[in-house]
Design a protein around this ligand. Structure first.
Ligand SMILES: [Zn+2]
Ligand SMILES: [Zn+2]
Length: 350
């Protein structure tokens, strides 16, 4: 038996509570750890500096407005572009819109577009079981394991050497010259994402000080906020919240309403996992989903077509019965069940 066959065997044996077989793997090399640490820690240092500068005089409306604009533009690039369009093909975008969303998503400092999509498709293929790149259940379901798992799902996974091969999970994007170009430009787009607020602050206030505070608030702090909101969907939205819809076995994705607005609708994560290719994640009445609203605008403008909107009958069929209460059941299976044809996903990323 080869090593990969052994690993596949262990994955199939997963009981829903044990630590994953890969839980003992080591962190990545020092170069990757250093770079990731810089990307994660720098915005926090910036927050300290910004608070120091703002002490006693507050934040200017200019900085707040610039930060809000940058947050919305780059955030929608991630949710509408990276996630709903490029990972799950929940609609078809005009070529220009597709590139524009890939570019603004890249400015969110969350990795290049091709790697992001590959990791996220793998998350859907192995949700909350061995093979999931960022499951909070990696270290088991005991209290200590759960806390360690939350830290891993939020941030720790970025430091692991567990690489997701885009050749396997995102061959469609690899064969798209425009996406390859956007992926190659990732470092430049990150620089642009910080340079734009600096230049805007300079142009508006006419002072270097104004440029620097705009750089801090609309650059670094906005980046940190969006990163942590996105990562909270990976961590909290698999642990806390409600599970009104059926998902696959072991999948414990949840709907978490407090994050709905800052995550632009992505925290209706149980709805999303129950029907990954649906353009709207907030499947129930009153579930605010700004990303879906933006896709609707694109559709009206003629830039988006073939949008997979929710189908009422299908949604009702996916609704979990009283069995939803089983979320805390020891086997962790929740109300879901393995569906034929959706188990070995690799390239089917519905
Ligand atoms: Zn998820
Ligand atoms: Zn997804």
């Amino acid at each position: 038996m080869t090593m990969s066959e052994q690993a596949a065997g262990r994955r199939q044996d997963y009981d829903g509570t044990s630590p994953f077989p890969e839980a003992g793997e080591h962190a990545a090399g020092p170069a990757q750890v250093g770079l990731t640490a810089a990307i994660v820690v720098l915005p926090f240092i910036a927050l300290g500096v910004a608070i120091f500068l703002a002490w006693g005089r507050g934040v200017t409306p200019t900085d707040l407005l610039l930060a809000a604009i940058m947050y919305v533009v780059t955030g929608l690039g991630v949710t509408v572009g990276f996630h709903r369009l490029l990972t799950h093909s929940s609609f078809i975008a005009s070529p220009r819109l597709r590139v524009a969303l890939a570019v603004t998503g890249s400015m969110g400092f969350q990795g290049n577009v091709i790697d992001w999509v590959a990791v996220h498709r793998r998350h859907h293929a192995f949700t909350d079981r061995p093979g999931d790149p960022h499951s909070p259940y990696r270290y088991g379901t005991g209290l200590r394991g759960q806390l360690r798992g939350l830290a891993h799902a939020h941030l720790g996974w970025l430091f692991s050497e567990d690489r997701t091969p885009p050749e396997r999970y995102a061959p469609d994007l690899l064969s798209d010259p425009a996406m390859r170009r956007v992926a190659r430009a990732f470092p430049a787009l990150c620089a642009l994402s910080l340079a734009l607020p600096f230049l805007a602050g300079w142009a508006i206030t006419g002072t270097l000080y104004g440029a620097l505070t705009a750089f801090l608030w609309a650059g670094l702090i906005r980046v940190a906020l969006l990163q942590h909101v996105t990562w909270s969907v990976n961590s909290l939205c698999h642990v806390i919240g409600s599970r009104p819809f059926k998902t696959r076995r072991h999948d414990r994705s949840t709907n978490l309403w407090p994050l709905a607005l800052p995550s632009f609708g992505e925290s209706w994560h149980n709805g999303h996992h129950s029907e990954p290719s649906c353009a709207r994640h907030g499947l129930d009445r009153g579930q605010v989903d700004p990303s879906a609203a933006v896709i609707r605008l694109f559709e009206r403008a003629g830039w988006a077509s073939n949008v997979h909107w929710p189908d009422h009958v299908r949604t009702q069929r996916r609704r979990a019965g009283p069995a939803a209460a089983r979320i805390a059941s020891p086997d962790g299976a929740g109300p879901g069940r393995q569906e034929p044809g959706r188990a070995a996903l690799p390239l089917r990323h519905r």
